[in-house]
Design a protein around this ligand. Structure first.
Ligand code: SAM
Length: 193
């Protein structure tokens, strides 16, 4: 990422924060600019062939990914991209089986195609829309993958009965049994559901 501060507030909160405190997940954020070689820490350049916007440089990404692979042997390296395979429940489960994930967040007009072609193991999209950067997409992946890790959600049953894991989730209710005339279905109240 070129925006490490983007992650700071989210990752310390809620179940993800607790999972980090318990040592169930460890999330480190690297600033891509640290891998730039010029004094302005430039990570982008004009696109060949013209067109709007700047393109992130393959050499800077190569240096960052090489360092990540050296530090985390066997890591699965994922480029977040609207052109990637769309994230699914099955994919989160599968990603959770990897000991190390490296999530590469693009910015600007995108990332030099040679990164996707040669440097990463896969490209992932979180849906058919375009974000300004890969950071929110990486947070979505982190959150959804962390849910699949043993111990992150207090009761494993919660994850097993999640929507998509067990078909679409049934509607849920809690007290009071009636609010403004809106009733909880009788079948749930009589203890015989
Ligand atoms: N010009 C690109 C295109 O039309 O495909 C969009 C680039 S977008 C403004 C900048 C970065 O945001 C991308 O390189 C990617 O890392 C991230 N991004 C945007 N939308 C995304 C999505 N739906 N899923 C995952 N990453 C996304």
């Amino acid at each position: 990422t070129i925006c490490p501060q983007f992650f700071a507030s989210c990752l310390g909160e809620g179940l993800l924060g607790k999972a980090s405190d318990k040592g169930l997940v460890r999330i480190e954020v690297e600033n891509l600019r640290d891998y730039a070689t010029d004094k302005h820490q430039k990570v982008d350049d004009e696109p060949y062939g013209g067109g709007a916007g700047m393109v992130m440089k393959v050499d800077v990404w190569a240096a960052a990914i090489a360092k990540a692979r050296a530090d985390l042997p066997g890591a699965r390296v994922v480029l977040l991209s609207p052109q990637g395979e769309t994230l699914s429940d099955a994919a989160t489960r599968w990603l959770a089986q990897n000991e190390h994930l490296v999530l590469c967040c693009g910015r600007y007009e995108g990332v030099d195609e040679r990164v996707a072609e040669n440097l990463v193991d896969e490209t992932l999209s979180i849906g058919d829309y375009v974000l300004t950067g890969g950071e929110p997409a990486a947070l979505v992946v982190i959150d959804a993958v962390a849910r699949k890790l043993p111990g992150v959600i207090g009761r494993a049953e919660s994850v097993e009965t999640d929507t998509f894991a067990a078909g679409l989730k049934y509607p849920q209710y809690t007290r009071p049994p009636e609010y403004r005339g809106w009733q909880v279905p009788e079948v749930l109240l009589n203890g015989d559901h």
